[in-house]
Design a protein. Structure first.
Length: 134
């Protein structure tokens, strides 16, 4: 891919790796690059499956689609953001845009940054989970 070893961490924040399992895409990000240049991931890849280098979607469009899918304006929102999304949002100045979009759903929002999410016994990275409370 032409990326120097010392730039890999930043490259993976913008271009995470994904693996499709039963038609669903699971993002798996590197946790660290080891001294021997091997890579430790947050969760295991399933052997003999293809791994894709992913690009990021448009934040505004994704947030608009998310608001539309909710179909309601909840009285309270709880957001849980993966630490890698937090790093990306900070690096690219996206938090203001995300908060403005969440405010369109409801101005009462609380949230925190996590180390990723567990979903059907899999660990997923680079995610935002929203819980709308009515």
């Amino acid at each position: 891919m032409g990326i120097p070893l010392y730039d890999l961490h930043d490259a993976f924040i913008s271009h995470p790796l994904g693996q499709k399992i039963d038609g669903e895409l699971f993002i798996n990000s590197p946790q660290k690059i080891n001294h021997d240049h091997s890579i430790t991931f947050y969760s295991e890849f399933i052997p003999n499956k293809f791994i894709d280098v992913l690009g990021l979607g448009d934040t505004k469009q994704i947030m608009a689609e998310t608001r539309e899918k909710m179909g309601m304006k909840p009285s309270t929102l709880l957001s849980i953001n993966c630490v890698l999304r937090d790093l990306y949002f900070k690096k690219h100045g996206k938090w203001r845009e995300v908060f403005a979009s969440l405010d369109e759903l409801n101005g009462k929002e609380a949230g925190y940054v996590s180390a990723g999410e567990q979903y059907n016994f899999d660990h997923c990275n680079q995610t935002m989970v929203l819980l709308g409370i009515e």
